[in-house]
Each structure stands twice: as C-alpha cells, then as structure tokens.
Design a protein around this ligand. Structure first.
Ligand SMILES: Nc1nc2c(ncn2[C@@H]2O[C@H](COP(=O)(O)OP(=O)(O)OP(=O)(O)O)[C@@H](O)[C@H]2O)c(=O)[nH]1
Ligand SMILES: [Mg+2]
Length: 394
C-alpha cells in the first residue's frame, strides 16, 4: 500500500513538473513510435507503396509521418508525397546509413507538434545493409522510443527479370546488380511489385527465381499502383522483424563501385511562357525526351523522374528502365503560364553525359513548346563510397 501511495505521489509530482513542457514534449518521453522502412531498388515503387500504406493508416485514425532520403537535394519524392497531403521530413545529402544522426533529427522534428504513431521511411534505392546500419543501431540506441517493424523490400520487375533470370542478363553491370541482390537478401519479406505489368508466366518465373535464390524469405506478389494484394502487403508491416542469426556480409568495395556506376543529376527548371501550356505534357515530355537521348547513348536508366508544380497542382512523370516507356504517374490536368520543375535522374552514365543530355533536351523542348526553360540548382555527381555512421557486426 505504501509503495502504491509513494508511486502515486511520484507520478503526481512528475506530472506537475512536466506540465510546464509542451504536450508534444511530454508525449515524446512516453510514446513509442512504430518505425517502418520500405526498401528496394531505384524505381521499384517505394514512394507509391508508402503513399498507399500511409493512406491506410490515416484512414484508421493514426498519425503518420514520412521520411524521404537521397544523396542529393530537391527531391521529387518529398514534393510528390507532400502534394498528397502527407507530413514529410527529408534527409538529403547522404543515405540514412551514412547520415544516421540526421535521420534521428528529422524524426525529432516530425514529432515537434504531435508525435506520430507511425513513421515510414524510404531509403535511397541504391542503398543496402540497412539492417546493420539503420535498424539495429536504432534498436540499440533508441529502442525505448521506436518499435522497429520488419524490412519489407520491393522487387522491381523491370530489372529483376534481367538480373534474376539468366537468359535475360543485360542492363546494369554485375557490381550494380550486387546491390540489387543484397537489398533482397536482407529483406524480412520481399514484395514483387508491379504485377499488373507482368504476364502470369513472368510472375511465376520471377517468384520461382526469388524462392530459389532466397528460400527462407517470404515472397508475395502485388501491385501498389493497382491496389492488388495490398491488404497482404499491409499485413507484412504489422509483423515483427524475423529472427536473424547474424548480419549480412557486404563487400563495401563492390557496393561502392556498383553505386558509383550510377550518375546522379538533380536540377530545378523554371518554365515560363506568355501562353498557357499543359503542365502534364511538359513534365512527361521532359522525361520522354531525356530517356530517348539516354537510350541512344546505350546507358541504362535506373529511375528518371520529374515533378512539375504550380502553387496548387503537381504532375509527376517517370521512366524506370531504358527499354520502358515514360509514364505520367500523377496528372495535374492544368494549363499554366509558369511552373517549377524538379528533375531527379539516376542513370548508369557519367554525370557529364547526364548534364549535357538534360541541358540539350530542355533547350530543344523549350523551343518546340515555345517556353523559356531556365535550369538552376544543378547537382551532378557519382555517389561516394558509403561510410555508415554505425554498423552492427554480428
Ligand atoms: N505498373 C505499375 N507501376 C508502378 C507500380 N508501383 C509503382 N509504379 C510506378 O513505378 C514508377 C516508380 O515508382 P516510385 O514509387 O517512384 O518508385 P521508388 O522506388 O520510390 O523510386 P526511387 O525513389 O527513385 O527509388 C512510377 O512511375 C510509379 O507509378 C505498380 O504497382 N504498377
Ligand atoms: Mg521514391
């Protein structure tokens, strides 16, 4: 009885002390946030899947925040998700693994006004070893604040079929393929995404190859865009992470060379005209024409994406492989006389080739459509060798 009473007094004392702090600050001490990560190669459908997952949780009345990540700044994904009304924090400039402290700071900032119930993070699509460099360090250092969910990795069929099916081997070099395969190897579950694009035969063949290569990892087939089997995907995220006997082996030399084979190019483009122009046509036209020129150079596209925005509306266009077609994944259906565009290109080409291509294509398209296209904030580089802030070894 005495113990109960003194505990009660203590609690009352603590509550009166914390009353001077903001509600969010108190909540931050007391609440465990579920932290989920959606992995997968560039263009696998992570952002699309995250938007679906987040909408599901919001419909359940849960408070959700998202974190995007990239080696560069001015991210299409951040703007795409914000245009859908989500609360999004951004970790630019390096992957989560190499910028772990910024990931934690961003998560803190997202908790400033109201602590989220769930945070869903999207790591850079050229990144692997997330369990050892992000998930385990979060458990070790902040295990009282975060409940870590499983690492669900999306398999991108456009490159998965080339990499996993021996007769289809073309596209990236073996070192870039190494990253693709390592991402799958560390998954708690694999989702073969975009099955709406696959024949039944392709789906079975891909599933068979994944099962053969990663026999202990559960695999499901889904389409984030068409909402096929998304109830099963959502259930995956409710599971605890699988038991691991140790961390995955990663050859950081191969990883670094594979990642550096991709050229990174981001820029802003201001589009202005005296006449109103269709924003969707400009956004998709840029992707289509850049993709066509890259294809002439015989370079493989990992993901080329452009968002075109006015104050109110957004259009997004994507190209996820050199033999694919450009898609308008978000239509604005508006005409405007001024828009801001962001270009994010990840292509197996030199940064110089990418920069020259994008400048040339923008100029030609501007002339063709009668627009003034002005490029700024150009970031053009090869990713540097990953050097994780923390790395748990076995
Ligand atoms: N057909 C089809 N397309 C999809 C599906 N999911 C995503 N996509 C498309 O694939 C492209 C890339 O999707 P994102 O969600 O941006 O891919 P991501 O993995 O976030 O890409 P990065 O952030 O660059 O790594 C977009 O054009 C999407 O509309 C799907 O289930 N089916
Ligand atoms: Mg994305």
């Amino acid at each position: 009885m005495n113990i109960d009473r003194s505990f009660d007094d203590l609690l009352r004392f603590n509550l009166s002390t914390v009353a001077t702090y903001s509600k969010a600050a108190v909540e931050r001490f007391m609440k465990t946030i579920r932290f989920l990560m959606v992995g997968g190669f560039l263009g696998a459908g992570k952002t699309t899947t995250i938007a679906k997952l987040a909408s599901h949780y919001v419909a359940q009345g849960r408070n959700v925040a998202l974190v995007t990540n990239d080696q560069a700044y001015d991210l299409v994904d951040t703007h795409t998700l914000r245009s859908q009304g989500f609360n999004v924090g951004e970790v630019p400039g390096a992957c989560f693994c190499c910028n772990f402290d910024d990931l934690i700071k961003t998560v803190e900032t997202l908790s400033d006004s109201k602590v989220p119930d769930i945070i869903i993070a999207e790591p850079v699509g050229s990144c692997t070893d997330l369990v050892a460099t992000v998930i385990e360090p979060m458990k070790d250092l902040f295990g009282d604040r975060f409940e870590l969910g499983p690492l669900v990795v999306l398999l991108k069929p456009e490159h998965g079929m080339k990499i996993l099916t021996p007769e289809n081997r073309k596209g990236f070099s073996p070192k870039a393929e190494y990253i693709f395969l390592k991402q799958l190897e560390e998954a708690d579950s694999i989702v073969i995404n975009k099955i709406d694009k696959l024949t039944q035969e392709q789906q079975s063949e891909l599933t068979k190859s994944v099962n053969q290569k990663f026999p202990s990892i559960p695999v499901i087939c889904a389409s984030a865009r068409e909402n096929t089997n998304m109830d099963q995907v959502i259930q995956l995220f409710d599971q605890p992470p699988r038991e691991r006997s140790g961390m995955m082996d990663v050859d950081y030399e191969t990883y670094a060379v594979g990642e550096a084979e991709l050229g990174w190019f981001n820029c802003k483009i201001n589009a202005a005209s005296e006449e109103r122009f269709p924003l969707d046509d400009l956004t998709q036209g840029l992707v289509r024409n850049i993709g066509a020129t890259i294809s002439e150079l015989d370079c493989e596209v990992a993901h080329l994406k452009v968002i075109g925005q006015t104050m109110q509306n957004s259009a997004v266009a994507n190209l996820v492989s050199s033999d694919g077609i450009s898609e308008l994944s978000l239509a604005s259906e508006i005409f405007t006389d001024n828009a801001e565009l962001l270009v994010n290109a990840r292509v197996a080409a030199t940064p110089e080739q990418l920069e020259a291509t994008i400048k040339k294509v923008s100029q030609a398209l501007g002339q063709e459509l009668g627009l003034t296209l002005t490029l700024s904030n150009i970031q053009c580089f090869r990713p540097s060798k990953p050097t994780p802030t923390h790395r748990v070894v076995n």
